[in-house]
Design a protein around this ligand. Structure first.
Ligand SMILES: [Ca+2]
Ligand SMILES: [Ca+2]
Ligand SMILES: [Ca+2]
Length: 355
């Protein structure tokens, strides 16, 4: 059932599940579906929280998700760090019609491998001949890359009228002892050419079918965070990109939990600060609004946007609030989506919409 903005429920239950915590949400407004990633499963509900189906059996980490209005499918970031395999998982959600569908054998999921992420994740930055693997306590991982999480469709940066692209943000390890991890990193892909790469998910023997190169790579200077951009979202009405993060702890930085990029602002080629070798990159300026840290020039906001954050029409947003549900006698991961409206006044920028 399609909804008008007057009919958005002010709360939607995501259900309670034996899995990891909620990681991201995607909304198909036209058909009235909500998709929630719970780390090892994808849940499909309607706007009343009725569960319509699940995809289960992911052995990796399913992160943030977004709905592609062009092809009617859901795209999510999917990591297998031990295998050094990083994917965009693509869900054929029209066929997601029952609970307990299998990630590999149901035919609902295909995956496209992202070579660029492997190169940065596995970079031996101190050139000691050893890649230290999945740990934050190392000089390895270019830019501090821990993998991928935030994902969103939207126009190319600085070209808000342009065709939609898929943007995938890096996870970045929290490490206060290095200077090359103060940028968020966002990869751009034109998925209209991805048909040739899509393969079924093969988790025991991860396939490597995917584009050789990115279609864009951008840097946003926020200071270090804990695991980078958790939720990435583009809001058409404001033309803003929202980067929800787990707060970092690096001294000298403001360490906010939300940063915003103006989708109309032009990226500029700049020397990237703090890199071990001189390196230039396309840097995106932060929106020059919010809470300014005078020392660093970094603008940020204070709003939890890290486990599910999705722009709707006309300035409305659903934001996930995660909690444990003990009602079954055991601890289950649960969440509810709360309706907010963007007003742009710091520190939060948002007001709760209630009945
Ligand atoms: Ca090393
Ligand atoms: Ca996450
Ligand atoms: Ca997203």
């Amino acid at each position: 059932m399609a909804l008008t903005t007057e009919l958005y429920p002010t709360e939607i239950s995501s259900g309670s599940w034996d899995t990891g915590h909620i990681q991201g949400i995607a909304v198909d407004e036209k058909n009235g579906y909500v998709y929630s990633s719970f780390t090892r499963m994808l849940v499909k509900t309607d706007f009343h929280g009725n569960v319509l189906g699940t995809v289960e059996g992911f052995t990796g980490h399913l992160g943030d998700v977004d709905f592609n209005e062009m092809d009617g499918r859901v795209y999510g970031s999917l990591e297998y760090k031990a295998d050094e395999a990083f994917y965009v998982a693509i869900f054929d959600v029209d066929n997601l019609v029952r609970i307990g569908m299998d990630a590999e054998t149901s035919g609902v999921v295909t995956a496209v491998h992202l070579r660029e992420v492997v190169a940065d994740y596995t970079a031996d930055m101190d050139s000691d001949g050893i890649f230290d693997g999945d740990t934050a306590d190392t000089a390895d991982h270019r830019y501090g890359c821990s993998g991928i999480d935030g994902i969103s469709f939207g126009p190319e940066f600085g070209n808000a009228e342009g065709p939609q692209q898929l943007m995938v943000a890096y996870g970045i390890y929290e490490n206060n002892n290095r200077d090359d991890n103060n940028y968020q990193v966002i990869l751009q892909y034109d998925v209209s050419r991805w048909g040739e790469y899509e393969r079924a998910l093969t988790q025991v023997n991860p396939h490597r079918s995917g584009p050789e190169d990115v279609d864009g790579k951008y840097f946003v200077r926020t200071g270090n965070t804990r695991y980078g951009v958790q939720n990435l979202s583009y809001d058409r009405s404001s033309r803003l990109w929202f980067l929800g993060v787990y707060r970092g702890s690096k001294p000298g930085y403001p360490n906010h939990n939300l940063y915003i990029v103006d989708g109309t602002a032009q990226p500029e080629v700049e020397l990237l600060e703090g890199q071990p070798r001189e390196e230039k990159g396309l840097v995106l300026p932060l929106l020059q609004e919010g809470i300014l840290s005078e020392d660093t020039g970094i603008y940020g906001w204070e709003f939890k946007a890290d486990v599910g954050f999705e722009p709707l029409a006309n300035g409305y947003f659903y934001v996930a609030r995660n909690f444990y549900d003990y009602s079954s006698g055991r601890r289950q991961e649960s969440a509810r989506l709360e309706l907010y409206r963007w007003h742009g006044v710091p520190p939060m920028g948002f007001a709760r919409v209630s009945d």
